[in-house]
Design a protein around this ligand. Structure first.
Ligand code: UDP
Length: 237
C-alpha cells in the first residue's frame, strides 16, 4: 500500500445527491458531499469524479417496457445533470472544476480526451466525468474503473451507502462486521454486490487498489487518501 495516494478517481453514487431513500436532489446532502470533496482536494490530492444517476434514473429499476439501449441512454444523460449540479456546488465552495462527458453534448461539457483532462489536472481542477462509458449495458462503476485507468489514478474510491465491505449484508444482519481488506478474487468469486464485477475485474487486471467507504462522512475520503484506516481496501492481498 502506498504511504499516501496522489491522484484518486472517486465513484459517487447518484444517491449521494439526495436524502436517504429519496430521489432527486437535496441541498443538505449536496453540501455535505461537496465539503467532503473540497476537504480532500484541499489536502493536496488530485481528484477525478465519476458520477452515477441512481437518484434520477436506473434502467434496470425504471420498470419501463422500452429497449435497454434507450433506457441506458436516458441513464447516461441523467449523469450529465448530476455532473453539472455537482460541478456548480463545488465551484460555489471555491473549487475549480472541469467537466468531461463520454460523448458530445454541445456546450454542456467537453468530450473526454486524455490530453485535455491532463491539462485540467495541471491547472488544479477537480475533474468530473459524466456520461458513464458512453455505452449501454454498462454502469458508472465500470466507467469509474475505466476512467481511473485512463487518467493514471493510483486508487479508485467507491463512495457509497455503506461503510465498506461487510462479512454479511449490514442492512439485513446487525452482527455483520466491516472487513478492513479483501481481495478482488473474493469479491468476484463470492459475487459480492458492492461493486459491479466488470469494474472489479478491470481493477484486478491492472492492479488498481479500490477503497470502498461511505459518502456521507466528512473526513473519510481525506483519511482514505492518506492511507488512514477507513472503509475496506480491495487489493490482490
Ligand atoms: N449507464 C449506461 N452506461 C454506462 C453508465 C451508466 O448505460 O456506462 C446508465 C445505466 O442505465 C445506469 C444509469 O446510467 O443504470 C445510471 O448509472 P448507475 O446505475 O451506475 O448510477 P449509480 O447507481 O451509481 O447512481
Amino acid at each position: 500500500m502506498p504511504a499516501s495516494y496522489t491522484r484518486a478517481l472517486c465513484k459517487i453514487s447518484g444517491e449521494a445527491l439526495c436524502s436517504p431513500h429519496q430521489q432527486g436532489y437535496d441541498q443538505k446532502s449536496l453540501a455535505a458531499l461537496t465539503s467532503a470533496l473540497a476537504a480532500a482536494k484541499n489536502s493536496g490530492k488530485e481528484l477525478g469524479l465519476v458520477i452515477g444517476a441512481g437518484n434520477l434514473f436506473r434502467a434496470k429499476d425504471a420498470g419501463l417496457d422500452y429497449s435497454r439501449t434507450t433506457l441506458d441512454e436516458v441513464g447516461m444523460l441523467a449523469t450529465i445533470m448530476n455532473g453539472k449540479l455537482l460541478s456548480a456546488a463545488l465551484q460555489k465552495e471555491g473549487i475549480k472544476t472541469a467537466l468531461f462527458n463520454a460523448f458530445p453534448c454541445g456546450g454542456l461539457a467537453d468530450v473526454f480526451s486524455e490530453q485535455q483532462v491532463e491539462k485540467a489536472f495541471e491547472e488544479g481542477a477537480l475533474v468530473l466525468f459524466t456520461g458513464g462509458t458512453g455505452h449501454p449495458f454498462f454502469t458508472t462503476d465500470t466507467a469509474a474503473a475505466l476512467r481511473a485507468l485512463q487518467i493514471g489514478a493510483d486508487v479508485l474510491v467507491k463512495l457509497t451507502t455503506v461503510e465498506g465491505i461487510y462479512t454479511n449484508d449490514p442492512k439485513q444482519d446487525p452482527k455483520a462486521t466491516r472487513k478492513k481488506t479483501i481481495s478482488y478474487r473474493k469479491i468476484i468469486e463470492d459475487r459480492l454486490g458492492v461493486m459491479d464485477l466488470e469494474a472489479v475485474i478491470l481493477c484486478e487486471k491492472h492492479r488498481l487498489p479500490i477503497i470502498v467507504t461511505h459518502f456521507a462522512d466528512q473526513t473519510h475520503l481525506t483519511t482514505a487518501l492518506s492511507s488512514g484506516e477507513v472503509g475496506t481496501l480491495v487489493t490482490e492481498e
